[in-house]
Design a protein around this ligand. Sequence first.
Ligand code: AMP
Length: 270
Amino acid sequence: MRALTRRWHAAGDKVALVPTMGALHEGHISLLRTGKQRAQRTITSIFVNPTQFAPNEDFDKYPRTWDDDLRILAAAGCDAVWAPTVKEMYPEGFDTFVEPGGAAKGLETNFRPAFFRGVTTVCCKLFGQTQADAAVFGEKDFQQLAVVTQMVRDLNLPIEIVPAPTVREADGLAMSSRNRYLAAEQRTRAATLFRVISDIADAAKAGGDIEGALGEGQRRIAAAGFGKIDYLVVRDAATLGPYDRASKRPGRVLVAAWLGQTRLIDNIAV
Ligand code: AMP
């Protein structure tokens, strides 16, 4: 992969990387489009990263749709696909991890303690392997975007992290590879999550009662048939720490909740 990037760089081209776990959808392709606006050459990586899954999570059953993915990427004009095997990524003796703090504290980490350590480690490796000038990440995974941005800043990695907005289905549900786990009836209920966080963001913008809006949101999510709500919060968009409306800094509503066996996450700007 490095040799290819070296050739592109020698020709004066910039290279943008879109890291994914495959099972590609329109959200991933919008990231690729953003990459193409930033660079002459694009690489999409496809790697279902075992170090970011806990033993009880869905690593084995995570959707793998390799043939479709390649067709989609070819049609979208992606220049190269980087799809290492687990053995190539983590050979015998591999034993160095990136330990993220800051933006990684709380929220997802409360429920998936080793998740971001796996994400930062694999991203660091993908950045090194591809030598890309920029990497595009979706706001869909808002905390992940913040964690990777902080890693690049803290470790002086020579790559620019470019955010891209969340792509949604017609009813507002954020596109996700995991949406295919949902049964038809669950799929209809899933859009409640977006409606709830939109209403909370509107209430916050209008100067309304945020705590009241969060409580009402919890009730609506439960009424839509969701089981456990891992979190439904308003946070400071930059630090993911407490939101202070008086500071006039941007806020973010973030949610993670279970619909049957499927964990859905979403977020929206205040
Ligand atoms: P994944 O394959 O789910 O690990 O996601 C790969 C990248 O695509 C991450 O940067 C995600 O934030 C991004 N992504 C996933 N779903 C969406 C979406 N609906 N809209 C925009 N970006 C997304």
